[in-house]
Design a protein around this ligand. Structure first.
Ligand SMILES: Cc1cc2nc3c(=O)[nH]c(=O)nc-3n(C[C@H](O)[C@H](O)[C@H](O)COP(=O)(O)OP(=O)(O)OC[C@H]3O[C@@H](n4cnc5c(N)ncnc54)[C@H](O)[C@@H]3O)c2cc1C
Ligand code: SF4
Length: 530
């Protein structure tokens, strides 16, 4: 039974789907948005690190499998807004050169068929929609821009500011992280953000983080032409006899199977789940999975090479919100290593519960008094180091029946190792007594997932065309991190949002909405204050 026909169906409400819904809703087209999760409950536990990290209150319980068949509980979340509910909202533009072919020590990062200049106007729109606070002109790797950031940068607290000047004294070029938090430092009384210590990795209890729920979905969810169904997990896409159009979207809505149809269907489930949905939608015309004649769906999975360095010093670090500083001096390498190394930024605060939850396995955290973790947490400065993950067709998402496999082998290790060693050397020169705890992200850490349905001009080597429409199915699009041909070494989400706006404008044109487009503005929820 068909439960309704729509002009467009969007599956997923994260950075890709939530942004797209925001762009398309004012057109008046009949839109159905299907989201497997609920709205994230607004409750005190949002800011309780014991609940969020100690008990994994919001993380999926799903089990996937690695290449050897070992179970993995992925660090991912299913709510309206997707993983942006938990993100640190560092909203970076990729660098100009990231869109070109780049030679790394361990291989090639491929050229994108569209270049930075094609994305620039959409980056500008995305920065407005997601209220990015930043300052241009400090980071030598920064790409050209047509407009200033819409909001001033989030200030460094004194301890971080001291590091900022010490790095400058060393000839480095520290800069402000561009952040989507709604902090008004001039008129604090008008600020929705209270600058707390539970932001990166936590949902925001006061809705002051510019995420895809608050800034993408909510401003348009009451439009009469838009229907948002939560707890609606899409299971499979059905096609016409020719296999050229999607004719049915089969979903489990609050436990019941329903089928919807749409002139256009957009998959925006996150790079891994979008590939899973296409692979699970195999049929006679698409025996290897929907739109997978190229055998590229699920391949070239990337997730960044990431190390967290926690620097433990003697003196207390009273910073509440440390995630303001970044350094790109080693992004493209250094004199004796002419290959890209990557990006350095401060991470969100390490609370005592997070310190306990992340303590090494040999530490019996339950037996250690909480005061010890507090004393440690109060003396830490957390750093997040990111190197590029190179696309490899053998790093892939695969399905066997209902089982999801994430098969991944590390690459580009030397770039990250060099960056980690260089950064520790620099930190040691600032504080010779500090000691470091370094953690490398593991397979379960899928926060920066991308690249499983890359876009390109050649249907033999890509899944999507340049509008993110599948080469093989006329009315099927994928609009999330899956389209990336390479991962760059910067936080991915602003690029996902910018691309969603770009594809949204293409879809409006396809649906004959050019008049709307001429007057179009993205739907910013709040007006600028301060
Ligand atoms: C702790 C953490 C911190 C992060 N910090 C940053 C940061 O500072 N900067 C940055 O750029 N990035 C950050 N990220 C990454 C960022 O969250 C992702 O890049 C971004 O959310 C990806 O957007 P997406 O649309 O591709 O997928 P998602 O945001 O994951 O959205 C996918 C949506 O699809 C839904 N869905 C999935 N399958 C189905 C289905 N079958 N049917 C219906 N709905 C479905 C999901 O519930 C979800 O709502 C962080 C991530 C994490 C986890
Ligand atoms: S720092 Fe601001 S945006 Fe982040 S969780 Fe706290 S109040 Fe929300």
């Amino acid at each position: 039974m068909n439960n309704g026909h729509y002009d467009i169906i969007i599956i997923g409400t994260g950075a890709g789907g939530g942004t797209l819904a925001n762009v398309l809703a004012p057109s008046g087209k009949k839109i159905l948005v299907l989201e497997r999760g609920t709205f994230l409950p607004k409750e005190k536990a949002n800011w309780d690190s014991q609940e969020v990290y100690g008990k994994d209150r919001y993380r999926t319980k799903e089990i996937w499998y690695d290449k050897d068949g070992n179970p993995v509980n992925p660090f991912t979340h299913y709510f309206v807004g997707g993983n942006t509910k938990f993100y640190g909202s560092a909203l970076y533009r990729f660098r100009d050169r990231d869109f070109k072919e780049v030679v790394h020590k361990d291989g090639i990062s491929p050229e994108w068929a569209l270049k930075y200049r094609d994305f620039e106007p959409y980056y500008t729109k995305a920065e407005k929609l997601y209220e990015v606070h930043g300052k241009r002109g400090l980071d030598p790797t920064e790409p050209p821009f047509s407009e200033e950031y819409p909001y001033p940068p989030i200030s460094h607290e004194p301890y971080i500011e001291k590091i900022y000047y010490a790095l400058k004294d060393k000839g480095l070029h520290p800069s402000y992280q561009p952040l989507g938090i709604k902090l008004n430092e001039i008129h604090r009384v008008l600020s929705s953000c209270v600058r707390c210590n539970t932001c990166d990795g936590f949902p925001c209890l006061v809705d002051a983080k510019a995420d895809a729920d608050v800034n993408g979905v909510r401003p348009v969810m009451t439009y009469p032409n838009l229907t948002l169904m939560t707890e609606a997990k899409v299971l499979r896409l059905h096609t016409s006899a020719s296999g050229r159009e999607v004719t049915g979207v089969e979903a489990e809505v609050a436990g019941e199977h329903q089928i919807f149809s749409g002139d256009i269907v957009v998959v925006a489930c996150g790079a891994i789940n979008s590939a899973v949905l296409l692979l699970k939608s195999a049929s006679e015309k698409h025996p290897n999975g929907l739109a997978n004649g190229s055998d590229q769906v699920g391949r070239n999975y990337m997730r960044h090479k990431i190390s967290a360095i926690v620097a433990l010093g003697i003196k207390p670090n009273p910073t509440v919100y440390p995630k303001t500083l970044a350094v790109n001096d080693f992004y493209w390498g250094e004199p004796d290593f002419p290959y890209p190394m990557g990006h350095v930024q401060t991470l969100g605060n390490i609370t005592e519960d997070r310190a306990a939850a992340n303590s090494p396995s040999f530490v019996p955290s339950a037996l250690i008094p909480r005061g010890v973790f507090k004393a440690v947490a109060d003396r830490t400065t957390p750093w997040f180091l990111m190197a590029e993950d190179l696309p490899d067709p053998n790093n892939r998402v695969r399905v066997e029946g209902e089982k999801i496999f994430l098969e991944y082998t590390n690459n580009n290790d030397e770039a990250l190792d060099r960056l980690v060693n260089r950064w520790k050397q620099i930190l040691r020169s600032l504080d010779p007594l500090s000691i470091f705890f370094t953690t490398e992200m593991s397979l379960k850490d899928v926060g920066h997932q991308c690249g499983t349905c890359r876009f390109g001009e050649d249907p033999a080597t890509s899944v999507l065309d340049l509008n993110c429409r599948t080469h093989e199915v006329d009315n099927l699009y994928v609009v999330d991190g899956a389209f990336f041909p390479s991962s760059a070494a910067l936080n991915p989400t602003l690029t996902i949002m910018a691309n969603a706006i770009r594809v949204g404008e293409h879809l409006l044109e396809r649906m004959g909405q050019t008049a709307y487009l001429q007057n179009s503005k993205v739907n910013c929820l709040s007006s600028r204050v301060g």
